[in-house]
Design a protein around this ligand. Structure first.
Ligand SMILES: O=C(O)[C@H](O)[C@@H](O)[C@H](O)[C@H](O)COP(=O)(O)O
Length: 229
């Protein structure tokens, strides 16, 4: 296991090995957190990578009824929309034993996030800090919906950022809502899932840039990075 600076980088021979090890690490982290707290908050990403990890984690034998699960970020679409992270998480993670967990949404039926942000934050605030955060990363070095050059990024990266920040960028299909960097980085245990050489190179690049150019950097301290080709 390679260790450089304050993050732990673990490489796997293939994606299946990564999936099993990350699901096991997440189950252990959640179980450990549940020894110390009555309830724990677990944030998980959307995207194409985490699905198999959700499948493997959903059968883990732990006190899921004491786990609250929220997305790291959400696309501002109803759950019936295939792009909804709530839909992905409910289809792949909140099944089997993990069905007993409680889901905290980052979307509510309103034209704009700003119309209901206070209500969404009120559900999450009492449960912070995050016990565990599972994160993805784009090749453009975004994580959650902390996208470079996006409207809302500066606020989401600021030290006194609110819990939730709306994010918009012309090329994004819809408005996003993201947990702010301070909330994500404040997770007691962080696991970053990245697959492919392009993302490994992007991660290396991110470590030399500022968070504004490479938002992933704002959550790397103490993170467990799980990578496979
Ligand atoms: O809503 C989302 O899409 C995620 O939260 C996002 O941050 C994702 O983790 C990255 O874009 C990586 O996505 P892939 O796993 O599809 O590469």
């Amino acid at each position: 296991m390679e260790r450089y600076e304050a993050l732990i980088f673990k490489e796997y021979p293939d994606f299946d090995m990564l999936v099993m090890d990350v699901a096991s690490a997440l189950a252990n982290d959640l179980s450990e957190a549940l020894h110390h707290e009555d309830r724990v908050l677990f944030a998980v990403p959307g995207g194409t990578t985490p699905g198999p990890v959700f499948d493997a984690l959903s059968v883990a034998d732990l006190d899921w009824e004491r786990v609250d699960i929220c997305p790291t970020d959400e696309r501002w679409v109803p759950e019936i929309n295939p792009r909804s992270n709530a839909r992905l998480i409910k289809e792949r993670l909140l099944v089997n034993r993990a069905m007993a967990a409680r889901f905290l949404p980052l979307y509510a039926s309103a034209l704009q996030p700003e119309d209901v942000l206070a209500e969404l934050e009120a559900m999450i605030a009492p449960k912070l800090p995050l016990a565990v955060a599972l994160l993805g990363m784009g090749a453009d070095m975004h994580t959650a919906s902390l996208f470079p050059k996006a409207q809302g990024l500066e606020k989401a990266l600021s030290e006194n950022a609110p819990i939730l920040v709306p994010v918009r960028r012309e090329d994004l299909p819809e408005t996003r809502v993201t947990l702010s960097a301070r909330v994500l980085d404040g997770a007691m245990r962080k696991h970053l899932l990245i697959q492919g050489e392009d993302k490994r190179i992007a991660l290396e690049k991110a470590r030399k840039l500022r968070a504004k150019e490479a938002p992933i950097q704002s959550v790397l301290d103490g993170a467990n990075v799980h990578w496979t080709v």
